[in-house]
Ligand binder design. Structure first.
Ligand code: KG4
Ligand code: ZN
Length: 364
């Protein structure tokens, strides 16, 4: 059995600056601390993440995050065995802030440096939270990403489909803007949808005619804009009923697309891996109760375990980066001070490149 390792993790790829300490082995690890400084307020006036503002805020906050994470864990930096940092994919300025900070700490202390793929962090989270055995099917669904991955091993992921344009979280955020609801859009659209009639507006379910696991959400947003313009008043105001019905219609369309495509992904996955029937989700959109319930029902019907890590570990955080770094370090891998920041870094470079660009910049 390998010895327990203590790893400091740093994450700064989008609009959350985070640091965490994880201790244990690849099969049994515990989160000792996890600090996240969100930047929502900084970007609120701009209707999206402004890369320059994000990078500057990361650079200002990252040292404080590291200090707080170490202090919450009751440790000093030299109690750690290594420093793991997100080296991509993401907004380049943000990733650079984290990588430069980690390099500085590694150079000053002599601790090993480990670059981590942010998507691997998400995809390995079910191992951190529930010690799920490989392989398992993963749906990563956030503001920047939407893909189905089969996690075969800590460093072997197979992408079997994903969005060809917007990520669902991005679509929720844009929908909130169109409906004059606050950001982030996911929770406010979900709240507005509660009293709405999901059937009143006929919104499309893009790509359901295609028997593959690819998805598209940008046409849905345009359809929503048209539906809204059909009911908006002369003062450009929406009444509450229209707002709720549009939100409910949009949420139902996203739920239908995600559920139908997850059913196809499960077909593919279970045909090859019948012995480990597990679907895990990660990403902020996995917080949506309508989507969660639909996926839970689908898994019950398909005799598949459904695993949704606690929300704080579903959304961007550094514990997942520390854990992914721990698995690399335990396997004898590490980087040196030439570690670069990679804005685009697919987990599965044998799968065709994904099109479009999400709020995290170029899609992985
Ligand atoms: O994973 P995350 O924190 O950050 C990344 O994008 O990587 O996800 C944030 C996204 C936002 O677009 C937000 O609107 C969406 O997740 N989100 C939700 C909900 N809560 C957050 N979308 C739908 N329903 C929710 N309840
Ligand atoms: Zn993420």
């Amino acid at each position: 059995m390998s010895r327990p390792l203590t790893i400091l993790g740093i994450e700064s790829s989008c609009d959350d600056t985070a640091a965490a300490v994880v201790r244990g082995t690849a099969d049994d690890a515990t989160v000792l601390s996890s600090i996240v400084f969100g930047q929502t307020a900084l970007h609120a006036d701009f209707g999206g993440v402004v890369p320059e503002i994000a990078a500057r805020a990361h650079a200002e906050k990252v040292d404080h995050c590291v200090a707080d994470a170490l202090s919450d864990a009751g440790l000093a930096l030299m109690d750690c065995d290594a420093i793991a940092v997100t080296a991509g994919p993401g907004l380049i300025g943000g990733v650079l802030s984290g990588v430069m900070s980690a390099k500085g700490l590694a150079a000053a202390t002599g601790l090993p440096l480990i670059g981590v793929n942010h998507l691997a962090g998400h995809a390995l989270t079910p191992r951190l939270t529930d010690a799920v055995p490989f392989p398992y099917l993963m749906l990563l669904v956030s503001g920047g990403h939407c893909q189905f991955l089969i996690a075969h091993d800590r460093d072997r992921f197979e992408r079997i489909g994903g969005t060809i344009d917007d990520a669902p979280g991005e679509a929720f955020d844009k929908t909130a803007r169109l409906l004059a609801l606050p950001q982030p859009g996911g929770p406010s659209v979900e709240a507005a949808a509660k009293t709405g009639d999901p059937k009143r507006f006929k919104l499309p379910r893009p790509l359901l005619d295609r028997h593959d696991c690819d998805m598209s959400f940008s046409g849905l947003k345009t359809a929503l804009l048209r539906a809204r313009d059909g009911v908006i008043g002369p003062e450009q105001t929406l009444n509450r009923i229209d707002q709720a019905d549009l939100a409910a219609g949009f949420q139902a369309a996203v739920t239908d697309v995600l559920t139908a495509k997850t059913a196809l992904a499960l077909d593919l996955y279970l045909a090859l891996n019948p012995a480990t029937p597990t679907l895990a989700v990660a990403g902020g959109v996995a917080a949506n109760m309508a989507i969660r319930t639909a996926l839970t029902d689908l898994c019950t019907w398909r005799n598949t375990a459904f695993l949704a890590p606690p929300l704080a570990l579903c959304t961007d955080n550094a514990a997942m980066i520390a854990y992914a770094g721990l698995t690399r370090f335990a396997a004898g891998e590490q980087d040196d001070l030439t570690l670069g920041a990679r804005p685009r870094w697919p987990l599965d470079d044998t799968a065709p490149a994904m099109l479009g660009s999400g709020k995290k910049g170029a899609k992985a």
